[in-house]
Design a protein around this ligand. Structure first.
Ligand code: ADP
Ligand code: ZN
Ligand code: ZN
Length: 727
């Protein structure tokens, strides 16, 4: 019997040898059930060989190979191996992070899918004339007539039509008149007319088309509203004609319905699946299998989707490529954008990174010629212009409940003109601080170094880092005084203030608190599109990528907080965020206006923003990064350590430094407490290493990682974060 080497979901960076369960030669990539310790686990066969790394008498036999699950294809295995090497994370855990949970459990796969299906008329079905069906076949006639009229039917509807209809559906399926697809989401768009492309869009599309069969990283750098989506659609259409699959990554689950609807309405005959964290395990596995079998041609989803098997992959699109949500912040700390670039290279296909505010890393690669750079500099809609940006200096004006007079006036005017406004404040909850007026006590989280946020609607205090909640205290726990005061503003408080100032306005708040449910976004988006809302109040959730044609005023509150942050990426992020927020205004014919309340209207960031000049500000930031030796001029890795006591964590990091032999071109910083020095009851510290050579850094990390794994560290949890975004 052959020896199989298996990757398992355990924090040990090696494969495990077993004797194959039977004489049938297994495939690499197959799922296998093996005994591990006292239990059984599901693993993946990585190699098959004749000899083991373990003495034969110690070898155990694998239980069985799950032959009803298709093996992971070799190219995907390669992608997992790349991630394991690059992020220095055990291969078994990399794979198990990437495959649907349902495949990881030892429960057998469902025989029959419980996800509702839709039967959709195919082109063959369309071509069948109703008159060709003999009159005595009443049900068949009925069913086809229904399909021709509506385009599709569910099995439930079919049953209602006639008890015989479900059986006929099977017949139609066999004949190829209909196809079986997963139920589509409720949010749909009427097919928009195909637009006449702008000159810039044509140039972009032609450039990509000329090299469509080759690996290239294209930075589609287009100002907000420049019509990047249309470029995606056109390039997608080229590849669909070549029968290739298209993978589209979006940073936020909330962006999927809109993009999904746009792609569905443009390619109604193409099977599209959308994969994200709100799917149930069965939906997810169904999507995965459809992609793997090549049945779904367009696969759209959040970061995890990058690990979907796609045998005919021809194009990857990463929308809003600058967004930090592409980076996973725990477990396998991968950047889906970066992994996507690797995958495109591996498959020798183009990848499109789209953004109005590219990350400085991508921008740098574009200006130095590593990426192909396409610039869209004008808005696509005729006569739509970028909004006018004005600043309200909050040092010289009085605020009424966080709102300045000029903003209130502008809101009033927009209301009268029956257009929509948006007030952006990047803090959810009612107030970020609860303060005792007599002794200056502040409500803080007992498990984190953070303040508790006041949530008045639910009458509680919440930690936004660990999720801890507690009752709103009646009196100060320190001095007993009852004069506790919510300090500062969050979305709920602004919502309440706006309701007071504009009692007749229809106000809708959008933040993580009221968008948790799957249906919430569909409701919000249609309410906005159907003009059932006058004023939107929201966090950055609202700022990203959405297209709201009737929005003409954007107010921004409390943006300054990240201006003088110690995080070297804070300004880049704020700039991107403000360009994005401002970009929501005036996207159609209505001219837009943006009012920003700030204490520092003369800051270079606000100056560049006023002129919508991403490039100018990017140049300033790049200069700073070059001088200070920060990315993109260097490559970084962060060794994080967590322990009940900060001393233990720091001690571990000191031991980690002691393992390092002086290495050329590797810079080691001192261990320091993390920005969030305490999180979920653990104290945190980290150690930064960097190099101007990615290769050198990788070589160093590989060696260091092995040594780190050998440090006895009972009380410390450590992780390595390659290309970290958070410190
Ligand atoms: P972004 O570049 O910000 O992603 P979108 O792709 O959302 O921009 O496009 C912004 C708006 O411009 C959309 O309403 C879209 O329908 C419209 N649009 C795109 N291309 C054209 C075009 N060629 N002519 C007219 N309108 C267009
Ligand atoms: Zn007090
Ligand atoms: Zn907390």
């Amino acid at each position: 019997m052959a020896i199989i080497r298996v990757a398992l979901d355990v924090p040990i960076d090696s494969l495990f040898d077993y004797i194959a369960p039977d004489a049938t030669p297994p495939d690499v990539g197959s799922f296998v059930r093996v005994p591990f310790g006292k239990k059984f686990m599901i693993g993946i066969i990585m190699t098959i060989s004749d000899d083991a790394h373990v003495p034969h008498d110690k070898l155990k036999q694998a239980e069985d190979i799950l032959r009803n699950i298709p093996p992971i294809p070799p190219t995907l295995i390669e992608l997992f191996e790349f991630c394991s090497r690059y992020y220095h994370y055990p291969i078994g855990m990399v794979i198990m992070n990437g495959v649907p949970t349902r495949l990881r459990s030892i429960k057998p796969l469902p025989q029959r899918s419980i996800t509702p299906f839709l039967f959709r008329l195919t082109e063959t079905g369309h071509a069948i004339a109703l008159s060709s069906i003999p009159g005595r076949n009443k049900t068949k006639h009925h069913l086809l007539a229904h399909l021709k009229e509506v385009g599709n039917i569910t099995s439930k509807e079919a049953k209602q039509l006639s008890p015989r209809a479900p059986k006929l559906l099977q017949e139609f399926l066999v004949q190829g008149w209909i196809e079986k697809i997963l139920m589509e989401p409720e949010f749909t768009l009427n097919a928009p007319p195909i637009l006449q492309l702008t000159t810039e869009q044509i140039t972009a599309i032609n450039a990509i088309q000329a090299e469509i069969g080759l690996f290239n990283t294209w930075l589609l750098h287009g100002i907000t509203g420049s019509g990047k989506t249309e470029v995606y659609l056109q390039v997608t259409s080229m590849l669909l004609k070549q029968k290739r699959q298209i993978l589209i990554l979006v940073p936020e689950i909330n962006l999927t319905p809109q993009l999904e609807a746009i792609f569905r309405s443009r390619f109604p005959a193409t099977r599209l699946i959308s994969l994200h964290s709100k799917l149930n395990p069965t939906e997810r596995i169904n999507g995965w299998l459809q992609a793997q079998r090549g049945e779904a041609s367009i696969v759209l989803g959040t970061r995890l989707t990058i690990f979907t098997p796609l045998p005919r992959l021809g194009l990857i699109i990463v929308d809003e490529e600058h967004d930090h949500s592409f980076k996973q912040q725990d477990g396998l700390r991968y950047s889906a954008r970066d992994v996507a670039i690797f995958r495109a290279k591996q498959a020798n296909i183009p990848i499109l990174l789209g953004s109005a505010t590219p990350s400085l890393e991508s921008y740098y690669n574009a200006i130095t010629g590593r990426y192909r750079w396409i610039h869209l500099r004008t808005r696509a809609v005729k006569n739509a212009t970028l909004p006018v940006i004005r600043y309200v200096n909050t040092r010289s004006v009085q605020l009424k409940e966080g709102l300045s007079e000029p903003l209130l006036v502008a809101l009033e005017k927009t209301l009268t003109q029956k257009q929509q406004s948006m007030v952006f404040i990047n803090r959810r909850g009612y107030a970020p601080v609860l303060l005792c007026k007599s002794c200056t006590w502040l409500a803080t989280c007992s498990r984190c170094s953070s303040r508790l946020v006041v949530h008045l609607t639910q009458k509680n205090l919440r930690c936004h880092y660990c999720g801890h909640t507690e009752q709103l205290p009646q009196a100060c726990p320190q001095c007993g005084d009852q004069d506790l005061m919510p300090f500062g503003h969050g979305t709920q408080r602004i919502e309440a203030a706006l309701a007071k100032f504009f009692p007749h306005a229809r106000i809708l708040r959008v933040d993580r608190d009221n968008t948790r449910r799957k249906e919430a976004w569909q409701f919000i988006l249609s309410a906005i599109h159907e003009q059932q809302v006058d004023i939107l109040v929201g966090t950055q959730l609202l700022a990203k990528g959405h297209d709201f044609p009737n929005l003409s005023l954007v107010g921004v509150l409390n943006a300054d907080t990240s201006l003088y942050s110690i995080d070297f990426r804070a300004e880049e992020r704020l700039f991107a965020q403000l360009i994005q927020v401002a970009g929501r205004a005036g996207r159609a014919e209505t001219a837009g206006e943006v009012l920003i309340q700030t204490e520092f209207p003369d800051h270079p960031l606000y100056n560049a923003l006023k002129h919508h000049n991403y490039d100018a500000y990017a140049q300033i930031l790049l200069k700073e990064r070059e001088i200070t030796h920060f990315p993109p001029y260097t490559y970084q890795a962060l060794l994080n350590a967590e322990a009940p006591q900060i001393a233990t964590a720091l001690n571990f990091l000191t031991m980690a430094i002691a393992l390092i032999e002086p290495t050329e071109q590797i810079e080691i910083f001192d261990p320091v407490p993390a920005q969030m020095a305490r999180l979920k009851g653990l104290e945190r510290a980290h150690l930064l290493v960097q190099s101007c050579s990615r290769k050198k850094l990788q070589l160093f990390l590989s060696d260091w990682y092995i040594k780190l794994s050998k440090i006895p560290h009972r009380k410390v949890r450590w992780t390595l974060d390659v290309d970290p975004l958070e410190f």
